[in-house]
Structure formats: structure tokens, C-alpha cells
Design a protein around this ligand. Structure first.
Ligand code: ADP
Length: 444
């Protein structure tokens, strides 16, 4: 505010009022009243006037503050009342806008098919939409303010909610029906958390149909294939002159049908990994003994390639897991190292504890893998070099099996590779899966 407008609206008014008082005093002084009495009366009038203005403002504020200030308010009080009125108007508009936004948000959140729950910093439910009621069976009135873990007690959810690793979604059955398959994600915003719940029953059903189809086809192919392989073996061993000319053909047919058999076996392994939910993942697995077996097989597979394969395993370290699945993963990695390492190369297998992890690593001196393939190498049928993979008898499913088997043990596959130097594939288990060799414990 400039001095000029302040003078016009405030000081000007006060000066006029004081001038009026002085004039009235001068008039009254002609009656002979002493000067100090005059001053007292003038002062009382001035204070009374301001008290009156204050009263009007208080009445206006308590009753009609949304309307414009009454005309009786003058001078500095009028200025204050105008400011209050403008601020009120601004906040009222803002309130209306916020109310409109909240209304729109509520409508949108009810319209989307995903369930949404807002939790406070302590994990208590603050708000949820109608789809959350449908998907999780929440109760509109009773469940507000309740700890989410008291309502969703699924062990998978409890573990996911309490962990800090929430990058991935969690899949679980709905607490109201196990036919309802849910995918949940928890994201933090400010000091609150947002739980987003999606119904993926239809998708899961399609996945199941696809998995069943692959499993059934693989199963059905198994018997005819073993018959064909059997006959081909007999024919290739036949020493008749009539069949001699066909031996190269039999050889090729034999090779291809063995490849098909491996493919069918790998597909069956994958669909077992997809479907078998009840399998025991807490067997005591003697990893050092298992790796000795894998080493023996690797030397047989390596044959005349003159590779040096070494094993260095901590004898005291076992894991809790499924023997068949862990063996499948380890032997796949070692077989790959043998297949993709040229003659005279080195393969180093290690089993050790590193901080809070247990690691099985296979290091080779093969051709290495370009970084651009590494992210995709565990996809089904992904091959870096199709020709080379075929010539080694690869199916393109080995690393997918490894990854899947490890995931079922909360373990991960890590790959490091340098072109021209070689690759290291590591299976990294969480420390909680490790146990001390029962034999060593018994002897100590
Ligand atoms: P495959 O049956 O073809 O070996 P995998 O899933 O086991 O299928 O491996 C996928 C691809 O990864 C392979 O085709 C190969 O190109 C590459 N690969 C796997 N292991 C190694 C390795 N140790 N060194 C170099 N390349 C590898």
C-alpha cells in the first residue's frame, strides 16, 4: 500500500474526524467549560467512536463474514475489514476447489476397478474404495483405523509388507475366496502408504490354461518320442548291408530326436516348476556332495575337450531347499560352462559364504556374453548365438529353469561376463537358507 492511498483511506478520514472534534470543542469552549474537561470529552468521543467501530466489525465477523463489510465501518477499520473479507473470499474459493477435487478423486477411485487402500504411517487403514471391499472383504465402517496386518494375515503378505523390498508385486489369494487371485503392490507417499490391489483371476486362468497345455503336449510327446528313439537306436546298430547307405540319415534322425527328447524334458521341468506348489523346499541339501556329483558329470560331458574343471566348496555349508530343483539349477550352469568354453579352457566351481549370502558360482574362460544380452538371457528360448546353441545341443530353456528354481528358494541368479574373457554365473541364496552340515555338528 502506498502512503498516498493509506492517507486517502485512513489518515484522511481520521484527520477529518479529529478536525470535527476540535471544531465541536471550540464551539463548546464558548460556554466557558475548562480546557482539560474539553480534552477529556473529546478523548472519550474518539475512543467511543473506535469502540463502536470494533463492535460492528466483531458482529460482522461472527455473523456475516462471507458478505462484504457494512458501510458504517470507516477509516482504518474499513481497511482491515476489506483485507479480512478478501482473505475469506480467497480461502472460500480454495476450499470449494479442494472440495471439488476431493469429490472428483473419490468418484475416480470408485470408478477404477482396482482396490485402493490408504494407510497412515503406522499401517492403519485411513480410507479405501469400493473395489477394495469387493476384493478383500473390508467392512466400510468397522475396518477404518484397523491395522492392515490384523485384516490381511496371509504369511506372504505379512512378509512382503514388513520387508523393504517392495519393487515387485505380490500375488496371493483373496481372503474371501481362493478363486479370486490378487496382485498387490504397496507404494509409499509422504508418510503414508498406498496399497493397490488388482484382480488377475482371468489372467491367472489363461496362464494356467497355457501351462496345462504345454505340460499335456510335452507329456503326450514323451511316449511316441521314446518309441522313435528306441527304433532309431536299433536301426543304427543294425549291421546289414541294405541299411548301410542309410546310416548317416539314421544318425541325423537320432540326433534330432534326442534333441526333441531334451526339449520335451525341459518343458516338463519348467511346467513342474510353474505348477508344483506343495513341493518341500526345506530338505537338508548336502551342497558339497551334490557339487562333487555335478563335477563328475561335467568331466564326462567335457570328454576330449581337455578342459580343467575345479571345485572349491565349503564342506560345512548346506542349504534348506529342494534337492531336485537345486541339482537341476547347478548342473545346468556347469553344463553350459562346459558347452560354451572352448577346448583347453578352465571352469571353476565354488561354494562359499559371503557376508549374509551363500554363493554357488561357476566361472569359465569361454567367449563371454555381450552386456546387451544379459538382461534377456534367462527368457525362455532366448539364445545369444542360435547356431552355437544348437550345435551344443542346447534347448534355450536351461537358464529359464535355473532362474525359476532359484526364485522358489528366494535365491537369485547373477551374471557377470566379459567378451573374450569368460563369464561367471552365481546362484545367490539368502543366509536364512543356510545350515551347518549336520555331520560336522554331530562330530563337534
Ligand atoms: P541353451 O540350452 O541354448 O544353452 P540356456 O538357457 O542354458 O540355453 O542359455 C541361453 C543362452 O545363453 C545360450 O544359448 C548361450 O548363448 C548363452 N550362455 C549360457 N551360458 C553361457 C556361458 N557359460 N558362456 C557363454 N554363453 C552362455
Amino acid at each position: 500500500m502506498t502512503w498516498r492511498s493509506y492517507f486517502n483511506s485512513v489518515i484522511g478520514h481520521e484527520v477529518k474526524f479529529i478536525a470535527l472534534l476540535v471544531f465541536a470543542c471550540l464551539l463548546v469552549s464558548t460556554t466557558g467549560l475548562p480546557f482539560n474537561w474539553l480534552l477529556l470529552i473529546a478523548l472519550c468521543c474518539y475512543v467511543g467512536y473506535h469502540l463502536y467501530q470494533g463492535k460492528i466489525i466483531l458482529e460482522w465477523l461472527s455473523e456475516h463474514k462471507s458478505s462484504s463489510p457494512p458501510d458504517e465501518i470507516r477509516g482504518i477499520w474499513s481497511l482491515i475489514a476489506q483485507q479480512v473479507h478478501q482473505k475469506n473470499k480467497y480461502h472460500k474459493n480454495k476450499d470449494n476447489r479442494n472440495k471439488k477435487l476431493i469429490g472428483q478423486f473419490t468418484k475416480v477411485s470408485q470408478a477404477i476397478p482396482d482396490g485402493i487402500i490408504i494407510l497412515d504411517s503406522q499401517g492403519r487403514i485411513e480410507w479405501f474404495n469400493d473395489p477394495a471391499i469387493k476384493l478383500l472383504g473390508l467392512r466400510k465402517q468397522q475396518d477404518r483405523g484397523v491395522q492392515i496386518l490384523q485384516l490381511l494375515r496371509d504369511p506372504g503378505f505379512v512378509k512382503y509388507f514388513q520387508s523393504h523390498d517392495r519393487d515387485k508385486e505380490l500375488r496371493m489369494d483373496s481372503p474371501i475366496s481362493n478363486k479370486l487371485k490378487l496382485s498387490l503392490r504397496v507404494v509409499g507417499f509422504y508418510d503414508k502408504q498406498l496399497v493397490i490391489i488388482q484382480d488377475f483371476s482371468a489372467l491367472r486362468h489363461m496362464e494356467q490354461v497355457r501351462q496345462d497345455f504345454v505340460a499335456n503336449v510335452s507329456h503326450e510327446l514323451r511316449t511316441p518320442l521314446s518309441v522313435i528313439v528306441g527304433y532309431l537306436e536299433t536301426l543304427s546298430e543294425e549291421e546289414s548291408d541294405e541299411l548301410a547307405a542309410y546310416q548317416p540319415v539314421f544318425f541325423q534322425m537320432n540326433q534330432q530326436s534326442s534333441r526333441m527328447t531334451r526339449l520335451v524334458e525341459d518343458l516338463l521341468t519348467l511346467s513342474n516348476l510353474d505348477n508344483e506348489q506343495t513341493i518341500n523346499h526345506n530338505q537338508q541339501v548336502d551342497v558339497p556332495a551334490m557339487l562333487n556329483e555335478v563335477l563328475r558329470d561335467a568331466n564326462i560331458l567335457s570328454g576330449s575337450k581337455n578342459q580343467t574343471i575345479t571345485l572349491n566348496a565349503d564342506p560345512s555349508l548346506w542349504v534348506l531347499g529342494n534337492t531336485r530343483e537345486i541339482h537341476g539349477a547347478f548342473s545346468n550352469l556347469v553344463a553350459n560352462a562346459v558347452n560354451y568354453t572352448p577346448e583347453g579352457g578352465k571352469i571353476d566351481i565354488r561354494w562359499y559364504r559371503e557376508d549374509d549370502q551363500l554363493v554357488m558360482s561357476v566361472k569359465d574362460t569361454g567367449a563371454g556374453i555381450d552386456a546387451l544380452h544379459i538382461d534377456r538371457i534367462t527368457e525362455r528360448f532366448y539364445r545369444v548365438d542360435r547356431g552355437r546353441s544348437r550345435s551344443t545341443g542346447g534347448t534355450g530353456l536351461g537358464l529359464a529353469i535355473v532362474k525359476h528354481a532359484l526364485q522358489r528358494h528366494e535365491a537369485a541368479l547373477e551374471i557377470e561376463s566379459t567378451i573374450g574373457e569368460g563369464s561367471t554365473f552365481s546362484c545367490v541364496f539368502p543366509l536364512e537358507r543356510g545350515i551347518e552340515s549336520p555331520e560336522l555338528v554331530a562330530n563337534s
